[in-house]
Structures are given as C-alpha cells and as structure tokens.
Write a protein that binds this ligand. Structure first.
Ligand code: SF4
Length: 356
C-alpha cells in the first residue's frame, strides 16, 4: 500500500482530519432532522456501530435549530447538509454544528457567502464542498476535468475570502470517473478528501461498488474520511466502511471472520453458523481472527492463522486455536462455545506486535 497523501488538516469538533490522521467513518441520517427523538436514536445506534461523524439534512429553520438539542444527546461531531440557503448555514452554526456541507457557488450573493464564511471562521468550523457527477452545472455530462473545474470554482470562492478549512468530495456513480477524479483532486487540491460513490445502490451492489472505488483510492493513499452510501439502513454503511478500512489495515479492533466456501467435504450446516457468528462479531471491538470451516480434514490447517476456529466433523466439531485442536464439542453447542472463546480472547498480543 502506498504511503498516505498528506493534506492540510481541519478540525471537526474534537476530531482532526487530514494530514496523517486516521481515516474517519461517516454516515448520514435518514430521519427528519427536526424529529429530534428519531434522529438522536438513529445517531446513537450509528455511534455504537462505529460511526465517527454524522451528517444531517437541513431543509429549513426547524431542522437547523434541532441540531442544538441533538448535539446534547450524541457524542460524535455533527455536520449540517445545506443546499443554497445561507441562512440555514448561519442558523446551524448558531446551533453549534461542527461542520457545514455547502457549495458556496450555489449561493447567489457574495455578501451572503461572506457572512457564512465569517461565522465559520469565528467558530473554527470547516466547510465541505461536495461535487456530484449527477448535479454538475447545466446538467453537463460529467468528466474528470469538469468535476475538478466545478470543485475549483467553489474552492476559489472560499479561498478568495481567506478561508482554507475546507474538505472536498467529488462523488460519481461511474467507478472509473470516481477513481480518476479523486486521483486528480489529490494532485490539484491540498484539502482533505471525503471519499464516496454516489447513488451506489442497495447493500449488496452498493457495498461492492464502494469497496472497489473507495478501496482502490485508500490503497493509493488517497482519502481522509469515507462514506459508503447505501439504499438501506445506515448501520450497514458503517459495517461496510469498517470492513473496507480493516482489510486495508487502516482500522484496528475490528474482528476478522474467516470461513471456507464449503465444498463436497462439508460436515455440518456451517453457513447458518457463520452468519450468526458474523452478526455477533459486529458488536465485538477486538483484534481477533475467527474461523468457521466445513471439515476437520482440511479446516484447521487451512485456517491455521485463526485465533479461534471451529471445524465440522460429523456430529461433533473441533475447536482449534492457531491450527491446534483444543476441544471437541457437540454440533448443537458450536455457536455457544465459539462465542465463549471470542469473549474470553485477550487481543493484547496484537497490541504488543504493533508496539514492537
Ligand atoms: S474446509 Fe473442508 S469443507 Fe471447507 S472448503 Fe475446505 S475442504 Fe471443503
């Protein structure tokens, strides 16, 4: 993996983004922001799943004012997503928002942009400029050059007001366009990049597209925060984002499930157990490799790097650690035994490895 590109840094509440800071996971609520109870509930669920920054849509004054109450009940930074109306940006800033998503070129009067910039400067709030392949000026056909030019137009406005606390996103639906545009943006702009594939689709297709686009860029050292956009429960966005980061070595304390693809040698109904264990692991914050293997003959050997694993063996199954069988268990007890081992596993061995 390439060394990470260094960018300017921005401050989002307690988090510093860009430079050599970690890559943050973010998502967006799909509740009505003015419905404080529902929005807080969703944000708290996302926080527990691993969300580090949350964005809410601000459509009117009530939404902007709701941010104040929402902020009291959550512990991650909150971003106001605003289209066109500078007054909503000012109101959100008054409510204590940590970041604004707004394209200054969409605000017709410069004096209004100035007001927003001034308020952001006073509170040290950054602005994300979001260019989207589907909403380029005059509905033009998206190209890399046009995406960059559009972003530059917005960036120039902020820079002309001596404002540099900027993050940028240049999302596209087309994978090649998305990757090429971000690569170019990393060369042209010194600002932190928010990566995402727009209109990616439902959990399965959208998850694959996002893993490809976001994963390729992160591998190249590009990107400071990611959002996996899915037409589904946003909790799945967090789970997908964690998988992407974990598999690139950019996220710690996320378990890894190893499971064989199954074949004619399979000796127990492992697909259901693998799914159940995978669901359980979503709540575990540890470095641990867990293996579920279909047969005893090949399973422990094929998964010998697993910290704990199970391999089926006709009525009974074998629990193994690092390829060595430690115990035989009844098929009906596989899940419970495995969970017990996962809960008891001390992952400090990985801390020592990292420290050395
Ligand atoms: S572990 Fe056994 S069942 Fe699973 S793929 Fe390998 S040989 Fe087949």
């Amino acid at each position: 993996m390439k060394q990470r590109e260094t960018t300017r840094t921005i401050q989002i509440g307690p988090l510093q983004m860009g430079g050599d800071n970690k890559v943050y996971i973010q998502s967006m609520t799909n509740t009505y922001t003015k419905d404080v109870a529902a929005t807080v509930k969703q944000i708290q669920t996302l926080e527990r799943a691993g969300c580090e920054i949350i964005r809410v849509a601000v459509l009117d004054k009530e939404d902007a004012q709701a941010i104040k109450e929402i902020k009291k009940q959550i512990s991650i930074p909150i971003v106001a997503d605003i289209h066109f109306d500078y007054r909503l940006a000012l109101e959100s800033i008054k409510s204590g928002v940590d970041k604004i998503r707004l394209n200054p070129g969409n605000i017709p009067k410069r004096e209004h942009v100035k007001k927003v910039v001034q308020a952001c400067k006073e509170k040290k709030i950054p602005i994300r400029i979001g260019v989207n392949s589907g909403s380029l000026p005059n509905r033009a056909e998206p190209t890399v050059a046009l995406m960059i030019e559009t972003a530059k137009h917005h960036v120039d406005i902020l820079e002309s007001l001596d404002f540099y606390d900027i993050a940028l996103s240049l999302k596209a639906t087309d994978m090649n366009l998305m990757i090429e545009t971000y690569r170019e943006a990393a060369k042209v702009f010194p600002y932190p990049l928010h990566l995402g594939v727009t209109e990616a689709g439902t959990a399965f297709t959208g998850g694959i597209k996002s893993a490809m686009g976001i994963g390729i860029l992160l591998y190249e050292g590009i990107g400071n925060t990611i959002r996996v956009s899915l037409t589904d429960n946003p909790v799945l966005e967090i789970q997908a984002a964690k998988e992407i980061l974990k598999n690139l070595g950019l996220k710690d304390k996320v378990p890894n499930l190893i499971s064989c693809p199954t074949c004619g040698r399979i000796q127990f109904n492992m697909i259901d157990i693998a799914k159940k264990v995978e669901a359980y692991l979503l709540k575990v914050n540890k470095n641990i490799n867990v293996a579920i293997m279909g047969c005893l003959v090949n399973g422990p050997g094929e998964a010998k790097h697993a910290d704990i694993g199970i391999a089926g063996g006709g009525g009974t199954a074998a629990l193994f650690r690092k390829g060595e069988i430690i115990k035989k268990v009844k098929e009906s007890e596989i899940y419970d035994e495995l969970i017990k081992e996962i809960d008891n596993f001390d992952d400090s061995i990985y801390d020592k490895k990292e420290a050395s």
